[in-house]
Design a protein around this ligand. Structure first.
Ligand code: FES
Length: 99
């Protein structure tokens, strides 16, 4: 199984995780504290800008999709508790509020 590289731009930390891992779990492995609420894709507390190839993450499904739509955040934002890595390299740039 090819591991997925997850880079947290703000801290400069990188972890390698199995496909299917959430970005929140990856942040935990990197020792990065992320403000969370529901951890189920509903509150939007952990909306962060994420960059990478189109297939680096699984496509957002409900309830994450509806929450992102309701928040009106940029198209590159994902909820760390819900977004699951798929392949390649993912760069987590910063939270949707602070940039
Ligand atoms: S913690 Fe609530 S949406 Fe992720």
């Amino acid at each position: 199984m090819d591991l997925v590289e997850v880079c947290f731009q703000g801290s400069g930390k990188t972890v390698f995780v199995p496909p299917g891992t959430t970005l929140l779990a990856a942040a935990g492995m990197a020792g990065i504290d992320v403000a969370t609420g529901c951890t189920r894709g509903m509150c939007g507390t952990d909306a962060w800008h994420v960059q990478g190839a189109a297939d680096c993450l699984h496509v957002a499904v409900e309830p994450e999709r509806a929450t992102l739509d309701r928040m009106g955040v940029a198209a590159d934002c994902r909820l760390l508790c819900s977004a699951r890595v798929q392949r390649g390299r993912v760069v987590v740039a910063g939270d949707a509020v602070a940039g």
